[in-house]
Design a binder for this molecule. Structure first.
Ligand SMILES: NC(=O)c1ccc[n+]([C@@H]2O[C@H](COP(=O)([O-])OP(=O)(O)OC[C@H]3O[C@@H](n4cnc5c(N)ncnc54)[C@H](OP(=O)(O)O)[C@@H]3O)[C@@H](O)[C@H]2O)c1
Length: 345
């Protein structure tokens, strides 16, 4: 290597084959001062091969095995962390194990995600010296049980994240905590695909109804995760450490969401608040209905962000003079192909 070419900084991206991690990798690979190392359980998958062909170093690691993380974090200047509650939630072998233990699949998935987060923190702590000042950027959500003062004790996919990021890190690894940025993520704009009938129920007269257990005028954050998570995390990496963020392109009510959607598609569409019970009954999977329903009800009070008004958004990052382009909900709706929703019978 010539003297004029400084060594590249290494960013380790967890979940590189998924929505969040893939977006982060795509952003950092555009900056030639970074070497992107992406983690996957299966480097031979087609998605992993596609990333490798782009010049991303794809390495094998499993979040359930801390020793594999210790190896691949070596020499990291930045680690991007994300964990996936929904894989153990849905897997049939996990549902069977949960049943054998007499616990809900919701709680089972909580335990898996919690342990994966701890494994990431434990392994990152061993490499804290190579991390830059703001070198531990973690995707997380608000702590529902604490923020709601015990009203929501089973919003597992929130608390599994918040119990580790920031709590476990702060309590066990003060040096690592000093290099950490916590990034909460808004509702993914693409999530309508997971529960299309809850987002857009076609009625007999051809109009569409959204029925969630969130109050009609409460605002929630919306994120175009695939397009923007990378932009946001890249911008956060230029900020001082120790701050907490909400990654979102638009924050608005579900009423406003449906007004926009109606306008973009030129069809009548309205929001009507449902009760939690109604929402669970309308869900194809009752446990999913309970987990998502709790999130949507919690979004009313204390709020999706737990009522934390100090979270920094893209506009705050821009005010600090750092570029942070984000997709608005209207832009997302205009570029999205809604034919499958509009034409359903
Ligand atoms: N949907 C929403 O609206 C929304 C909103 C806010 C937050 N979230 C949160 O987003 C998270 C999911 O993020 P995402 O959408 O980016 O995930 P995703 O697209 O489902 O991808 C999951 C990623 O995690 C990796 N992974 C899973 N288990 C692993 C393990 N044991 N070891 C190593 N890697 C593992 C997968 O890699 P391989 O399969 O290649 O190993 C994959 O890259 C969830 O926890 C959810 O709560 C979702």
């Amino acid at each position: 290597m010539s003297h004029s070419m400084p060594q590249k900084k290494v960013i380790c991206v967890i979940g590189v084959t998924g929505n969040q991690g893939s977006s982060v990798a795509q952003r950092f690979i555009q900056d030639p001062t970074y070497h992107v190392r992406g983690l996957t359980r299966d480097p031979s998958s087609s998605k992993a091969q596609e990333l490798a062909a782009q010049g991303i170093e794809v390495v094998q690691a499993n979040l359930d095995e801390v020793s594999t993380l210790q190896v691949v974090f070596a020499g990291a200047n930045i680690i991007f962390s994300v964990t996936n509650y929904w894989e153990p939630f849905w897997r049939s072998d996990c549902r069977q194990k949960a049943a054998e233990r007499g616990i809900s699949c919701r709680q089972y998935a909580y335990e898996i995600e919690l342990q994966q987060g701890k494994n990431i923190a434990d392994a990152a702590a061993q490499h804290v010296d190579s991390l830059e000042d703001n070198g531990f950027i973690v995707s997380t959500l608000s702590h529902a049980q604490k923020s709601s003062r015990g009203e929501y004790r089973e919003l597992y996919h929130f608390d599994a994240k918040a119990d580790v990021f920031p709590d476990y890190v702060a309590n066990n690894y003060p040096n690592l905590a000093g290099k950490m940025s916590c990034v909460q993520t808004g509702y993914f704009m693409s999530s309508y695909k997971l529960i299309p009938d809850a987002y857009f129920k076609k009625t007999n007269d051809g109009s569409f109804w959204m029925t969630f257990p969130t109050a009609p005028h409460v605002t929630v954050p919306h994120l175009d995760v695939n397009a923007d998570m990378g932009n946001f995390v890249y911008a956060v990496s230029k900020m001082p450490p120790g701050r907490s963020y909400m990654a979102e392109g638009t924050t608005c009510s579900w009423t406003e969401y449906m007004r926009l959607w109606s306008e973009v598609n030129s069809v009548p569409a309205v929001y009507r608040q449902a009760s939690l019970e109604e929402f669970v009954l309308g869900s194809p999977d009752a446990e999913f209905g309970r987990e998502a329903g709790d999130m949507l009800a919690y979004s009313t009070n204390p709020g999706y962000d737990g009522g934390d008004k100090s979270l920094l958004k893209a506009s705050d990052i821009r005010q600090a003079g750092i570029d942070c382009p984000m997709t608005s909900l209207e832009q997302f709706m205009k570029k999205e192909n809604w034919l499958n929703v509009l034409q359903k019978t």
